[in-house]
Design a binder for this molecule. Sequence first.
Ligand code: PMP
Length: 361
Amino acid sequence: MSPLVPLRPDLAALSGYHSPQVPAEVRLNTNESPLPPPDAWRRELADELARLDFHRYPDRGAAALRSGLAELHGVSPEEVFCANGSNEVLQCLLLAFGGAGRTAVVFEPTYALHGHIARVTATAVVRGARTADFAVDGDEAERLLAAHRPALTFLCSPNNPTGRVEPTELVGRLLAAAPGLLVVDEAYGQFARSSALDLRAGGVEDAEATRGLVVVRTFSKTWAMAASRLGYLVADPEVVAGCEAVVLPYHLSTPTQLAGTLALRYREEMAQRVALVTEERGRVAAGLTALPVESWPSDASFILFRPRTRSADDVWKALLDHGVLVRNCSSWEGLDGCLRVTVGTPEENGRFLGALEEVVA
Ligand code: PMP
């Protein structure tokens, strides 16, 4: 049957992005928080929802949420933009500042959605390659930026799926070299020791130097709220205004805004979850070094590894037979033979390491 309307030709070759959600007892494939949010948060949210004026549109400016986030980061609400997950934040950035005739630079292997959303918004994508140990080479990056003059440069830090945080020095170098915006995707930022937000905190003298810096964060990982779909950026008010110009009216529902505003009262509990994950990350990393797999150091809530005795496809299937679902990255550019495991609860990590030991023996 011929299509009713042919798909835009530039999208025809694009495949969707998703992780197969096959049923498994231990789900370590999408980097969710292994623990739910605190019960007290859930009760507060339920109380608020019980009295919510559902017949009214949400606050378009998301004032309470933005001022809560502004306070968290020591910035003004005009420097914060919120959306339905950080993916929607990325989409707004590309709609506002990318588009036909403009270019975005990414450093592969990295989070596939940066390149994917760029193409959906008709932004040309230039893919820089990382070094053999998945680092971004500063000299190479500067050459690429000078040659292509991108409107947006994406840097994922810690990088998904390879795990390392980018050194502050490199972020500073790219910021100086990027002709447009430098978008630092810190979906896993709280699991790392440094953040690009530290550059923004440098004082008035640095304000001009960091004008092009956009830091993107999410409530999906550290805040344990993936179901809520809430993300945000911290950037110059001009960037916020650009995103507001392209986003749909009332895009952020009142329940979503409430979920985020209330979550900010539970910073201590959030920090506890981060501490548990970082401790368990050390245990999983140590467990992997005892097995015939190559693995890479991680500053995030997941670890990339490559089995030495069997193919990634075989190991992925065999782990699933043991009830453990991980992410198969082996078909991604530059990640031959690689799998990615999300750090789970101590029990889940024990199940994973036990199953992997049997599978790769
Ligand atoms: N950025 C990175 C690097 C991610 O890994 C993810 C989630 N997999 C996202 C953004 C999107 O997260 P969300 O839309 O849930 O905020």
